[in-house]
Design a protein around this ligand. Sequence first.
Ligand code: HEC
Length: 116
Amino acid sequence: MKLAGILVAATAVLAITASASFAQMADAKKGREIYVLKGCWGCHGYDGQGGVTGPKIAPEPMALESLIAFLRNADKTRMPPYDAKGLPDAEVGHIHAYLTSLPKPADWKTIPLLKQ
Ligand code: HEC
């Protein structure tokens, strides 16, 4: 009984450490390189600002899990799907870190001209 409890606790700790280290490993600089290499910029712009073909995807991208699922299942007609072979989850993690790291636009309320 006691052993089972310890095992459960150990598994929980492992799960927490694993997700924490995955997040720490995500590197915005690497993410930009992968983003450029894989051609995301061609449709979404270098800073994820959106382009003629693709919508704006930064600076507040969808959650990492959703992004991974989205990339695996893109509809092919407008955006090519990226499988785990060509773009492993860890690399999507870097891309996500890059998109999240981009500066947020100023709140329009802080721009005097827009308040007139
Ligand atoms: C050929 C153009 C093209 C390329 C290359 C491309 N995308 Fe897209 N992407 C689109 C289009 C068009 C949509 C919107 C259509 C849709 O939702 O299926 C989209 C949608 C998305 C969305 C969802 C946006 C939202 O809020 O619904 C994300 C996130 C995204 N792309 C990320 C990426 C990433 C990361 C890459 C590179 C690995 C990439 N895209 C490469 C064209 C592209």
